[in-house]
Design a protein around this ligand. Structure first.
Ligand code: KG4
Ligand code: ZN
Length: 327
């Protein structure tokens, strides 16, 4: 049995999988209630909440999986990128477990974990693949030659897509996290009401930019317009931007499949459009269930087990968390 711990941002999540990548438990404790009054994640409070939640979440993950901690063979933990204080909680917990149970521990990259979800479905992944990661902290495209061998080919030059959803939701006076809130009111809005221009990034053709859209919403709000229409039109512009760049990347790289991941992939409009694109181009699409798009321990387990099956070495106890740049 393999344990995966995720505490990089505002979700305390721990999962257990077996040696066939089957999920036995995947407990997610969200801190939504704590951060919603700030309209975003408050790092110090996030770290404190992880300290409170990590042991109960661990106990529940073990219980739901129907095992004891002595059945664990290895532990994986997100060590970056993310909020340092939050990462430290998971990392310290994983090291303590590893030491006390005499099992190896592996530091797992959060972005790799998001894109490891297809391993859990036991489908054979078709390579080369295009990795599309759209979350609150990242919006990035990867060319993935084979499992474990991916390189970044484009990223956002400013805000991440999820961050743009969160900031625009705040401008519209909606709740946090912004993605689900915008998606909800957009359902009754007219997506063609406002023509937000799709961001064009000239320097590197595949890169993303979302901050201009956010500013456009700010100015739009000063004029007439229903919030529902603004939300729907904004959502449409974000989805189009992601789709256009993904399509370009497919043509450029000759990728045969798309591996999508990250919280924004829970968005129904994006799901519809990416599914349509894959179908139209004859590509295989690996699109996780919505609850596996947002941060969770199961994705950490998936990457952990892959590393073990590959014979990769465990991490050492002096492994430190990292916030942005991979060491
Ligand atoms: O992957 P994730 O859980 O955490 C990070 O690694 O950042 O992504 C969280 C982000 C938030 O910005 C949230 O607003 C966005 O994903 N999100 C959505 C939806 N659900 C979550 N964005 C658009 N539509 C959604 N349904
Ligand atoms: Zn994430």
């Amino acid at each position: 049995m393999f344990l995966g711990i995720e505490t990089s941002c505002d979700e305390t999540s721990i999962a257990v999988i077996d040696e066939d990548y089957k999920i036995l438990s995947n407990i997610v404790s969200s801190q939504e209630e704590i951060h919603k009054e700030f309209g975003g994640v408050f790092p110090e409070l996030a770290a404190r909440a992880h300290i409170e939640k990590i042991l109960p979440v661990f106990n529940e993950a073990i219980k739901v999986a129907g095992i004891t901690k002595h059945d664990l063979e290895a532990v994986g933990v997100t060590y970056g990128p993310g909020l340092i204080g939050s990462l430290l909680v998971g990392l310290s917990f994983a090291k303590a477990l590893s030491y006390s149970l005499s099992i190896p521990f592996f530091g797992i990259n959060h972005l790799e974990a998001h894109l490891s979800i297809p391993l859990l479905t036991k489908e054979k992944i078709l390579f080369p693949a295009l990795g599309l990661l759209v979350s609150g902290g990242h919006t990035e495209l990867f060319y993935i030659e084979r499992c474990g061998a991916g390189r970044s080919i484009a990223k956002t030059l400013d805000d991440a897509a999820g961050e743009a959803f969160d900031k625009v939701a705040r401008l519209l006076g909606l709740g946090w996290p912004g993605g689900p809130a915008i998606e909800k009111i957009a359902k009754t809005g007219d997506a063609k009401a406002i023509r937000f221009s799709i961001p064009k990034v000239k320097s590197k053709r595949l890169d993303f930019s979302f901050s201009g859209l956010k500013t456009a919403v700010y100015y739009q709000l000063k004029e007439e317009g229903r919030k529902e229409d603004i939300a729907a039109s904004f959502q449409e512009a974000v989805v189009s931007h992601i789709l256009i760049n993904t399509q370009k990347a497919i043509l450029e790289t000759g990728a045969r499949s798309i591996i999508a991941g990250g919280g924004v992939c829970a968005n129904n409009r994006l799901r519809e459009e990416i599914s349509f694109l894959a179908k139209e181009r004859g590509l295989v699409l690996y699109l996780p269930e919505k609850n596996l798009c947002t941060d969770n321990g199961a994705m950490v387990c998936a990457n952990l087990l892959f590393k073990i099956k590959e014979g990769q070495p465990a991490s050492s106890f002096d492994l430190a968390p990292f916030s942005r740049i991979s060491p």
